[in-house]
Design a protein around this ligand. Sequence first.
Ligand code: SF4
Length: 324
Amino acid sequence: MECDKCGREAVMHAAYSGLHMCEDHFCESVEKRVRRRIREDNLLPDDATPEDPETWVVGLSGGKDSVVLATILHDTFARAPRVELVALSIHEGIEGYRDESLAACEELAAELGIRHEVVTYEEEFDVRMDEVVEEDPENMSACAYCGVFRRDLLSRYATRFDADKLLTGHNIDDEAETAMMNFLEGNITQIAKHFDASLGGFEGGCSERSRGESEAFVPRAKPLRDVPEKEVALYAHLRDLPAHITECPHAEEAYRGEIQELLYELEERHPGTRHSIMAGYEELAALAASEHRGGDGEFGECERCGGPTRTDICRKCDLLAALT
Ligand code: SF4
C-alpha cells in the first residue's frame, strides 16, 4: 500500500480517516494532532516567552504514552523554549515492574535534557503497592488505591514545582473507555469532572473551572487524547523511543477490560467510534459541569494532609488510615 500523501510505502492505515501514511507522514500527523490539541485547549498563554517560560510537569511512567508525549512536547518547544518541562515519575512499590520503566524514564529524560524527579509511595505514604494488594482493607482493586495515591502525588508535586500545567499521556482509547464507564455507571459527577479537568479549565485563564477548583489544583491537560493507542505504540516504535511495555502484575480493572474489548470490536466494525464517543462526551461533560456547579461543596483543606478535598478528610488519607 502507498502513502496517500507522497506515494512512498505506507506503514499504517487509519480506517477512521481512510488515510494510508508512510513513516514520515504518519509521525508528522501524530505530532500535528498533539500541537493542535495544545492550541485548541489554550494551554500556552501568549505571554509565555523563552525569558519567562511556563513550567509544565509531565507525568512520566516510562510507558509508551508518557514517553511519546514528553518527546513531542520537547521537540515542539525545543527551538523556542516557551515551556520548561519537568518529568515526574511515581514509584508505586511494585517489584520487578516499576524499576525497569524508571530506567526508561531516566534514559529519555537524559536524552531530552529535561529535569526528572522521582517520588515513591514508600517515602511519601509508607506503603508499597505489593503490600497494599496483600492487605486490601477496603476490598477494592489494586488500581483503585493506586489511582488515588498517584493523583495525589502528581497534583501535590506539580504544586510544589510551581507548575502552570500538569500533563498526562492519556490517549483516545483511555479517554473513550473512561467515558463509556462513566456513562454506563450513570456517573454524572465524574462526567462533569471531565469537563473541569480537561476542557473548560483552560478557557479564560481557568475561569471556567468548578468553584474553588482553580485555586486548589494545578490545571491538568491531556494533549495526546486525539491519538489512538495503536498509533502511539507505532510512533514509539518508529522513533525508537525507550518505552517500557510490560503489564503491571496488579492490573485487574476487569470492568475496564470489558469496555476495552467492546470498543475494539465497535471500532473494527464502525471506524471512528472512539472519536464520535469523545465528541459527544465532551459536549455532555460541559452540560453536566454547568448543572453540577450548584450542587457540590467548595474545596476545603483535608484535616490530615492539607490537600484539597470537599470532605473533612480526603480519600487518600482515608485509604492510608485503613492500611495502618
Ligand atoms: Fe497501579 Fe493499577 Fe497501574 Fe498497576 S495497573 S500501576 S496497580 S494503577
